[in-house]
Design a protein around this ligand. Sequence first.
Ligand SMILES: *[C@@H]1O[C@H](CO)[C@@H](O)[C@H](O)[C@H]1NC(C)=O
Ligand SMILES: *[C@@H]1O[C@H](CO)[C@@H](O)[C@H](O)[C@H]1NC(C)=O
Ligand SMILES: *[C@@H]1O[C@H](CO)[C@@H](O)[C@H](O)[C@H]1NC(C)=O
Length: 379
Amino acid sequence: MRHSFLVASALAALAHTVSAVTGAAEGFAKGVTGGGSATPVYPKTNAELVSYLGDSQARVIYLDRTFDFTGTEGTAKETGCAPWGTASNCQTAINKNSWCDNYQPNAPKVTVNYDKAGILGITVKSNKSIIGVGSKGIIKGKGLRMVSGVKNIIIQNIHITNLNPQYVWGGDAITIDNADLIWIDHVTTSLIGRQHVVLGNNASNRVTISNCKFDGNTSWSATCDGYHYWGLYFTGSNDMITFKNNYITKMSGRSPKVAGNTLLHAVNNYWYDSGSGHAFEVDSGAQILVEGNVFQNIKTPAEADGGKMFSSPSTSANAVCSSSLGRVCQINGFGSSGSLSGTDSSFLANFKGKNIASAAAYSSTTVKNVPSTAGFGKI
Ligand SMILES: *[C@@H]1O[C@H](CO)[C@@H](O)[C@H](O)[C@H]1NC(C)=O
Ligand SMILES: *[C@@H]1O[C@H](CO)[C@@H](O)[C@H](O)[C@H]1NC(C)=O
Ligand SMILES: *[C@@H]1O[C@H](CO)[C@@H](O)[C@H](O)[C@H]1NC(C)=O
């Protein structure tokens, strides 16, 4: 007993000395350092976590347990609405900012009973690394929020879950709005009320989202079919997003919706099973390069609505990438899926001189394995 205790202590001490993040950001957020070499801290309570995330010091914050915020701010019982009906597998909506009154005036009114902690995420200030230990770093009932000019933040290897999944406006897992140099890596999100990731309308500048698992599997959906509709929302006014090696599954819409003035590099991701829905919503202001991805069981890979997309359609067409990216682009793979039609390469020049992620062939082992390598607990 004594012996194994000593071994366990030695291992724990070793774990505490392992420094900071695994790997480095590729693409637009290359160079992000987060909390750098600050002395690691291990919050033990919700209050400590909130304090470390929100203070003005550079910090390396390890999450070695579940932080459960459900119930910590009480519950609210209000009148909301049911735009998609009252069947038990449909999401209903909180009347947040009079959304039901303004946008769903004819929807049946229903009572909503939600957890108030889910509505607004925890504030994360500049110069922070937030790192999960093994598969222990879980935040339940509250998301993370990077706004108002914050800069240089790394979030790696955590799971954010259970934000009022029954209710639209029940909470967003990760919010970025008016920020710069943010890296989200090996993060899993599940059972979210609203967006899994939302980049709001203000400029969020340089962002890399890599190796994440966005899990839309739910019992309450706006499409009433077990698939979450509100996936990823990228509408910033000056945003450059590298989106690589992510696994997006059981999302029926907006995965992602892209608008504003967003340059999105979607490379080597794996979209799996959208039910009756779509992956990309390509709205006005979107500039999307899609290469080297797998679309498996994705009914509508993209809904076009005024934005620009280059979908790397063929080896010959993809040569056009060379002058802007310094290499050719990779074609995408489609299995039991619709097709992508984007052939607009006019915006590729905007990649020139930027940090650009590399691209593997969609058929490579790396991309095929994304479903098992993405998400938390894998590094
Ligand atoms: C973040 O760290 C950089 C480099 O040390 C420093 O210049 C900057 O003031 C810090 N930002 C904040 C908001 O603390
Ligand atoms: C977004 O920009 C507007 C206008 O500049 C500002 O009032 C608002 O506070 C900003 N929001 C955030 C989250 O930074
Ligand atoms: C979806 O969630 C349900 C309920 O938790 C679970 O039984 C099922 O296995 C999940 N399906 C997938 C594809 O993850």
